[in-house]
Each structure stands twice: as C-alpha cells, then as structure tokens.
Ligand binder design. Structure first.
Ligand SMILES: *Cc1c(COP(=O)(O)O)cnc(C)c1O
Length: 422
C-alpha cells in the first residue's frame, strides 16, 4: 500500500488511485538503476502533498505580491538557509520549477539571444539545456559544444580551454547527465576566468554526492551552481540556483519575474525537509555507499566482459557500450525491464548508431542504495543483467520472467519509503 495512504484518492478517483498503487508496487519490486531517480522519504512525500499547494507567493520572503505569507516566508527562508549551509554558498534560490527552467533562468540572467555559450554536447554526456540544438538554449544562443576524447571517454580540458579561448563564450556549463567521472571544477573555473565567462556548474546528477562529501564541491570555483533536488539529493521534483553574493540579484530577478510566476510552496517545503535530511550524518554514509556500490557494480560488469565508457566510474553512474555484446541499447533496456531491472538506453560518445537506437545503456546506484543494497549485492545484479542480455539475444522470455521473479524476491527484503506491504 502507498505510504502515506491515499484513501481519499481511492474514494474520489479509484482509477487514478489504483494506478498510483500499481506504480508504488512496481517501484518496490524492481531493481531501479536509472541514475537520475531515487526514493524520497515519507517526510518529503508528506510535505509535497500538503496544503501549501493552495498558496500563491509571487516574489521573495518579505517582498511578496500576495498577502498571507506568515508561514510560507519562514518555510522558504529556512529552505534557502539550509541550502546555503549544506553547499557552503552565499546565495540560494529554491524557486525554479525544475532543472531545465533553473538553467534557462541562468541564461536570462547573463546572456542575450545570439550570445555565445558553451556546454558539453548531449551525446557526449551533457544536458539538453547546455546548448543542444533542439533545446531553446541551442536555438536562441550561439552554442559551442565540447565532448570527451574518443580514446579515453574522458574530458580533455586542453580542448575545452582552446575552444573557450577561440569562441569567448559568456557562459560555460560543466556537468551533465552521463558523466561517470569526477568533474574538475577548479580547472573549469580557471578556463572561465581566463576568457571572462561565468562558470555554471550544473550538479543535478551529483548534488547528493557533493552534499555527502563523496564528490568535490563547485562552491568557491563556479560563480553559479544549478541543481535539481530530486536525483541523488533525494528531494522532491524541483531545483535550486546557488551562487556568490555578486550574482544573487541577477539570478533572483531572472527566476521571478523573468521566467516564472508563483513558486510551488509545497515543493519548497519538501526541499527544506530533504535538505535537513541531507545534513544528517547518515546522508554522508549514503553518498559514499552510492559510490562504493557503483564501483562494485562497474567492476562486476567489467569482469563479465562489459565495456564501460571511460573504463569505470568515480561517482554514481555507469555508461556501458554494448557493441561487444552485439545488442543495441534499446532492446537490451527493454529486456532488462521485463527482467525487473530498470535502466535507460543511452548514446555512448562517438556512437555510430542513431540516438533513438543507440549502442549503450546508462545505469546508477542512487535508488538501490537508498533501499539498503550494498556492495555484496552488486555481483548478483551484474549476473542478472548479463543473463537478461543473453536471453534478449535469444528472445528467451521465460528466462526474463525467471530473473524478474528472483529480483522480486531479493527486493522484498529491502523496505521502501512510500510503500508498505501490510
Ligand atoms: C536532470 C538534469 C537537468 C534537468 O532537470 P529537469 O528537472 O528534468 O528539467 C538539467 N541538467 C542536468 C545535468 C540534469 O541531469
């Protein structure tokens, strides 16, 4: 049963209630390896589902355009202060609706349409909003894109520096969605300073690792830090922009009234709760366990003959090139899902195949670590993955169903926030 229980949804709208219950069960039974996903606490769920959704609060604490902010102002101020303390930053804005609007607000604060901006290209591991052509950030700005080296699968910072010197971008984005290696924030900061660009560290994927001390922090290096709150940070769907005091005003103005109307106060409260949880000693253990699990899973896959982009991982994420297995990422991901192992197909750098049918799969350990799995469970997961990929090649659906059954048996032993079996 979903936690907290949803009897009122069940009475008002049984169809939707049933679908929510099915999703909760699905999340309980599967090995969830999508590296941008997690399980939030019941406390975060309760705050997200609270009456704060009823309130309008355009503006900022103490400077609102609506009355009745006696409690919302305190909640938002607490969220901001907790973000400042946890990440060691001078300024935080917790109002962006999600990661993409947070990044768009940064463009609005520092660039004009047509200006040159620089980011990592999407198929190399960047994000749509770092200037990829189909994104508004690639259409309205002159986007220059860097990638990783073909031989190492890693960033070449000399290449980034040369490109920045030549193109003189206003903004340089670092970070991305499929980067298995540590991001060198000081090196990026040096390049940005040399060309007079604002460095934006988009830590959406690794915010929880940074908060927990399992990845170096961009604070003190990047003038602007953007992040989602719902990936490794384990909060509600939302985002934050953090910065030095120097950029505070421009960023706040860009979020409101530049881009958004009223903030989602229920989300703000849930972000505050998640930041409180992330400041507890147990969260440091969590962040380090995420990395240890990823290293163990990557090692177990390598031992079975899988080709990891960049040869391994430093963080929560693994990118696998399935060329050697002779199967595309998409059929592999589909078979794995049937086998109870959820991940996504993904391009690999210099992928010879098309983006909707690429060579790779992307996986990570944030969610299974929240469930309580440890390094000792990673060899079994690698073995199931290997069996499922072999079964996919033979179209052996019975084997996939057998694996799903075994996966369900394992996961039944690990409680899930948001679901109770009684
Ligand atoms: C997830 C992600 C985003 C976008 O977040 P949404 O909430 O999906 O809009 C932006 N940047 C990076 C690096 C991300 O991983």
């Amino acid at each position: 049963m979903h936690q907290p229980p949803i009897p009122h949804v069940a009475r008002t709208d049984p169809e939707i209630a049933s679908l929510i219950e099915h999703e909760a069960r699905r999340e309980f039974e599967k090995i969830r390896l999508i590296p941008s996903e997690n399980y939030v606490s019941v406390a975060v769920l309760e705050a997200s589902g609270s009456v704060l959704t009823n309130k309008y609060s355009e503006g900022y604490p103490g400077r609102r355009y609506y009355e009745g902010q006696q409690f919302v102002d305190v909640i938002e101020t607490m969220a901001v202060q907790r973000a400042q303390a946890l990440f060691g930053v001078e300024h935080a804005n917790v109002q962006p609706y999600s990661g993409s609007p947070a990044n768009l607000a940064v463009y609005l604060a520092f660039a004009q349409p047509g200006d040159t901006i620089m980011g990592m290209s999407l198929p190399m591991g960047g994000h749509l909003t770092h200037g990829w052509p189909v994104s508004v950030t690639g259409k309205w700005f002159r986007s220059v894109q860097y990638g990783v080296r073909a031989d190492t699968g890693r960033l070449d910072l000399d290449e980034v520096r040369d490109l920045a010197r030549r193109e003189r971008p206003k903004l340089i984005f670092c970070g991305g969605t499929a980067i298995p290696r540590t991001i060198d924030f000081p090196a990026f900061a040096e390049i940005a300073a040399e060309v007079g660009a604002v460095l934006v560290a988009d830590i959406a994927h690794i915010a929880g690792l940074i908060a927990g001390g399992a990845h170096p922090s961009p604070a003190g290096h990047a003038g602007v830090i953007t992040t989602t709150t719902h990936k490794t940070l384990r909060g509600p769907r939302g985002a934050m922009i953090m910065s030095t005091a120097e950029h505070a005003k421009a960023l706040d103005k860009a979020v409101f009234p530049g881009l958004q109307g009223g903030p989602h106060d229920h989300t703000t409260a849930a972000i505050a709760v998640a930041l409180h949880e992330a400041a507890q000693p147990g969260f440091r253990d969590y962040a380090h366990q995420v990395v240890a699990n990823a290293r163990a899973l990557g090692g177990a896959l390598t031992a079975r003959g899988y080709d990891l982009v960049s040869g391994g991982t430093d963080n929560h994420l693994i990118l696998v090139d399935l060329t050697r297995q002779g199967i595309g990422g998409k059929p592999a991901a589909r078979a794995l899902d049937r086998a109870g192992i959820e991940l996504n197909y993904n391009t690999v750098p210099y992928d010879p195949r098309k983006p909707f049918d690429p060579s790779g799969i992307r996986l990570g350990t944030p969610a299974i670590t929240t469930r309580g799995l440890g390094e000792e469970h990673m060899p079994a997961i690698a073995a199931w993955m290997d069996d499922a990929i072999a079964a996919a090649a033979k179209e052996d659906e019975a084997a996939l169903d057998r694996i799903a059954h075994e996966v369900r048996d394992l996961m039944a032993a690990f409680p899930m926030a948001g679901w109770t079996t009684v």
